[in-house]
Ligand binder design. Sequence first.
Ligand SMILES: [Zn+2]
Length: 262
Amino acid sequence: MTARTTSELACTALRLQPLGTPLYGPATTCTMCGIAIAEGDMHSRFDPPISFTDHRALRGTGVVCGFCEAARDQRVMRKLQRCVVTSDGCFPIGSDDNRAWLLLDPPPPPFGVVVNAASMTAAFHLFWRTPLTLDRDLLIVNVDNRVMPVRRKVMLEAIGWCRDLSAAVNAARTPARRRPDMKHPFRRLDRSPFGGADGHGVLLEEAHRLGAAGEFAPLVRNLKSLWAGELWALATLVKSKPVTPVRPDPITSIEASATVED
Ligand SMILES: [Zn+2]
């Protein structure tokens, strides 16, 4: 059966059995991932530790599905902090070369994309609020609990827009101020854009001035129309030192990969 949520997919990927007891009674809904819990499905009463603070994200049913119960184990959550969750395993995307693989050559859907960019150590509850990507050309990424679509065709075109507008910006500069390694015309692009990064996705003033002149207006308009997810993706794809995409080795169990991500 095709997985319905990232939690269910994570259990398939890491070969975890759903936990809890079979439901005997009316069907209900998982308070975490929202999956339907039918008669006979594994479930538990939701009883979070005192450290749990994401109450606003819950659905208020008071029960959790067997998949979320298995995946909210701390050891599992640590594996799910920066990865693509697929039925073949969890592919780590903590590095730019692995992330470029996801963006340029995504695996077959469905998959869930979880990126805890804010913290390299804390295990945050991101996986169960990560909608599945069902189309390779419309990635759904959860970056620090912001769920963002990435239109891949737009993202790929934007690489060229960045190249063309930064070339124009450089050409308009005095020779001393030109930067041959300039790959984009933004003040900055940040892979962790929600930590108060100043200038993320904001075009350089020079780019705006060029846009006002006419010839470069479409490029400026196109780059200004990018969505948050596409700007996040460009931070990996238009670096001054480009990376070669590398497909990571999948993690397929908690035990076998204990040293990989910790
Ligand atoms: Zn659930």
